[in-house]
Ligand binder design. Structure first.
Ligand SMILES: [Zn+2]
Length: 98
């Protein structure tokens, strides 16, 4: 079984199997990260993955999960920022429903 070494922020160096690692590619071009749950403390860890590590994971059969933003985010990019009046309107609308 192939093992790789990484670091846990709490425990220091940890040895992981490839099945312990989740490769996550941000669909907006913010890069690829690898994440795992530390087998000692149970803490979630995430670190940037360089191209060598991504190639290594791909060669061993791991494909990255691609995170895409919801379509609503794209639509909201052209909208004006939310303001206090918007919040007050929402508050009044929520009171009407109850
Ligand atoms: Zn740990």
């Amino acid at each position: 079984m192939v093992r790789v070494k990484s670091r846990c922020g709490n425990c220091g160096e940890v040895a992981l199997s490839l099945e312990d690692i989740l490769l996550v590619e941000h669909g907006d071009g913010d890069g690829t990260f690898y994440t795992f749950i530390c087998c000692t403390c149970g803490g979630a860890q995430a670190y940037p993955a360089d191209s060598r590590f991504i190639d290594f994971m791909r060669m061993n059969g791991t494909k990255p999960i691609v995170l895409a933003h919801p379509i609503e985010r794209k639509q909201a990019e052209d909208a004006p920022p939310i303001c206090w009046d918007d919040l007050l309107d929402l508050h009044l609308l929520l009171q009407e429903d109850s």
